[in-house]
Design a protein around this ligand. Structure first.
Ligand code: IPE
Ligand code: IPE
Ligand code: MG
Length: 234
């Protein structure tokens, strides 16, 4: 991949785990386990090729609607992954989180905090794991915080800019993703990064997430390089 511009921030909707498992006559949880392995492989690959930020959608605010058995399996998978995340630190990858703490078990919140603290000095890729994340929920929380600042007289409504809203989102200071990837043949955002993705390039594919390989990411980046990003200009 000579002369290819690597996006500094790539976001991925890791979708298709359930269908991958179904095709093999396996329980949906088996698809999530394989999807987690894919995530680790793709994160390592992003680190290798020089991506600065990788945001992955792991659990949405809507995913609580799934059967309890599946939600529990996903939460156990997060636990296992977080306990094991020291391997990422060794590879200079930082781990952070996007989402609401509401409804997450206290031990998971502790593991998230530890994983974040352990990797705080890593200087390679920063992975943002979106767990219990919803774009509307994120904006609602930002609006609440800004409303409180207005109420206490710290800022006036006239001072609120787009940057003010960005500052109160879950990851202030992180550049917007240049690219949002969604495998599994679905063509929607499902409440992912609805503010930050205003000008992201979308890349869709029929590949199910557990089958997603670094070569697919290469293809996505190559296609991204051929996009003409106009940002409303000509
Ligand atoms: C994505 O895979 C993982 C999560 C949403 C947690 P799905 O579980 O949505 O897989 P499909 O879409 O049913 O195949
Ligand atoms: C989006 O996938 C959420 C994650 C990948 C975590 P879903 O499978 O939940 O999205 P919908 O329900 O098909 O829109
Ligand atoms: Mg899905």
């Amino acid at each position: 991949m000579n002369n290819i511009k690597i996006p500094q921030h790539i976001a991925i909707i890791m979708d298709g785990n359930g269908r991958w498992a179904k095709k093999r006559g396996l329980p949906r949880s088996a698809g999530h386990i394989k999807g987690c392995q894919t995530f680790k492989q793709i994160a390592r690959y992003c680190n290798k090729i020089g991506v600065k930020y990788l945001t992955v959608y792991a659990f949405s605010t809507e995913n609580w609607r799934r059967p309890k058995e599946e939600v529990d399996a996903l939460m156990n998978l997060f636990r296992d992954y977080l306990k094991d995340s020291k391997n990422f630190v060794k590879e200079n990858i930082a781990l952070r989180f996007l989402g609401s703490n509401d409804h997450l078990d206290p031990d998971i919140l502790d593991l998230m905090q530890t994983a974040q603290d352990d990797s705080k000095n890593a200087t390679g890729l920063t992975v943002y794991l979106a767990i219990n994340y919803g774009g509307r929920d994120e904006i609602k929380n930002a609006v609440k915080q800004i409303a409180n600042k207005v109420k206490s007289g710290e800022i006036s409504p006239e001072e609120i800019t787009e940057d003010t809203i960005s500052e109160y989102l879950y990851a202030p200071g992180v550049p917007d993703p240049e690219m949002i990837i969604r495998p599994s043949g679905e063509y929607r955002l499902s409440n992912f990064l609805i503010w930050q993705g205003a000008y992201s390039e979308f890349w869709y594919s029929d590949i199910l997430w557990p089958d997603f390989k670094p070569s697919h990411l290469d293809k996505a980046i190559e296609d991204f390089n051929n996009r003409n990003r106009r940002f409303g200009g000509v």
